[in-house]
Structure formats: structure tokens, C-alpha cells
Design a protein around this ligand. Structure first.
Ligand SMILES: CC(C)(COP(=O)(O)OP(=O)(O)OC[C@H]1O[C@@H](n2cnc3c(N)ncnc32)[C@H](O)[C@@H]1OP(=O)(O)O)[C@@H](O)C(=O)NCCC(=O)NCCS
Length: 184
């Protein structure tokens, strides 16, 4: 695995301690974290979670998460993060979160596409899944644009932020990634 990964507009790279100010922007935004398990974090809590991310720059064994900062090449600002879990043998799980002021510009799709290249080409994964809370329509739409299929709807599948919530399971197989029109 070779980092950083450069795309047309973005640089996907390990986190650095200097990223704190940029991370606080979306980690402290209740709307940005509404559908993900993270709490709303103040600066101190974001600093604690950043300390963990500093060590999540490699995938050496199943169970680990790769957590990459998504830097806007034009300005150097970290606008979001993408996550790839090595879930089990040749299986991965994708996650993403971006600052609200940059939504709707295709940055999440651009970053996720690069991570899927890494998953299928770089790491030889066979299947990548993504799990979203029912009602997280922007994420479901993004996954659809990336070619993911909805595989399951787990009613009350998780206790989420104090209440039972329904989860939608999406997945993308290597063949579907390589030849989107030939499958399904
Ligand atoms: C999920 C999330 C990353 C999606 O962000 P997004 O901005 O909608 O996704 P994209 O970056 O792919 O942008 C797509 C939109 O930009 C538009 N767009 C504008 N310029 C574009 C370009 N150059 N390329 C592609 N799309 C572009 C697309 O048309 C699309 O708009 P639409 O949704 O109205 O059709 C964002 O909502 C988020 O961070 N949510 C909170 C975290 C979260 O819930 N994570 C999920 C946990 S798994």
C-alpha cells in the first residue's frame, strides 16, 4: 500500500497533529455526525480521537481500520476522512465523513473511488461493504453512485445514540467494480 494517494483534487494521507483545527470543523458539527456513531466532539475530544487516527495509517491484519485524512490539494485544508476496515479474509468495509460546507461537490465520491481502487487493486479484496443508518440518504445516494447494491435492511439492527435504529447494508463485489455494466 502506497500513501499518499493523489486524485485530481484531493490527497488521501495519514493524519497529522496539525490537522486538529480542520477536524474540529466537522467533528463538532451535530448535523455532520448525526448518522454516524461519533459523538459531537469539542476540541479536546477531537484531539483525543486524532491521537488514535495518527496510528491508523496501515492495514496489517484483519480487524484494523485504515483512516485517511482527505486534504484539498488546492488549499491544504483537511475536508473529511475516509475509512477502510480490513474486515475479514479479502473483505473490507468503507466509511466516510466530510465537512458540511464541502458537500455536493463530488469530493466524497472522488475519495471513496480512490479507496475502492486501493481495496480491490492494492489489497486484492473481493467484497467491500458499507453500513448506513436508515435515513442517511446522502450516504445511500453516494453508495449507489459508486455502484454498491443494497443487500439487507436490518430492522432495529443497532442501538444507536440512545434508540434502536434500522441499518442498511450495502456491498460491492470486485467484479461489479471492474465491470459495472456486466453485472446485475
Ligand atoms: C455521505 C457524504 C460524505 C456525502 O457527501 P456528498 O457531498 O453528497 O457526496 P459527493 O462528494 O459524492 O457529492 C455528490 C454531489 O455533488 C454533486 N457534484 C458536484 N460537482 C461534482 C463533481 N465534480 N463530481 C461529482 N459530483 C459532483 C453531485 O451531483 C452530487 O449531488 P446530488 O447529491 O445532489 O446528486 C456526506 O453527506 C457526509 O459526510 N455525511 C456525514 C457522514 C456520514 O453520514 N457518513 C456515512 C457513514 S458510512
Amino acid at each position: 500500500m502506497s500513501l499518499p494517494i493523489a486524485t485530481e483534487r484531493l490527497l488521501l494521507r495519514p493524519h497529522r497533529s496539525e490537522d486538529l483545527g480542520d477536524l474540529v470543523v466537522f467533528h463538532s458539527d451535530p448535523e455532520a455526525v448525526r448518522h454516524i456513531p461519533w459523538p459531537v466532539r469539542d476540541r479536546a475530544a477531537t484531539e483525543e480521537t486524532l491521537a488514535v487516527k495518527l496510528d491508523q495509517a496501515e492495514l496489517r491484519e484483519p480487524g484494523q481500520w485504515l483512516v485517511l485524512a482527505v486534504e484539498l490539494r488546492e488549499t491544504g485544508r483537511v475536508i473529511g476522512e475516509v475509512l477502510l476496515k480490513w474486515a475479514s479474509e479479502r473483505q473490507g468495509e468503507l466509511g466516510f465523513a466530510f465537512a458540511r460546507d464541502v458537500h455536493g461537490r463530488g469530493y466524497a465520491a472522488e475519495a471513496a473511488t480512490a479507496v475502492l481502487d486501493l481495496a480491490f487493486d492494492g489489497l486484492g479484496f473481493h467484497r467491500v461493504s458499507a453500513v448506513v443508518i436508515d435515513g442517511n440518504d446522502m450516504s445511500a445516494r453516494l453508495l449507489g453512485r459508486l455502484g454498491f447494491r443494497q443487500e439487507a435492511r436490518l430492522v432495529d439492527g443497532v442501538h444507536f445514540k440512545g434508540a434502536w435504529a434500522t441499518q442498511l447494508v450495502f456491498a460491492l463485489l470486485e467484479d461489479e467494480w471492474r465491470e459495472p455494466s456486466a453485472v446485475g
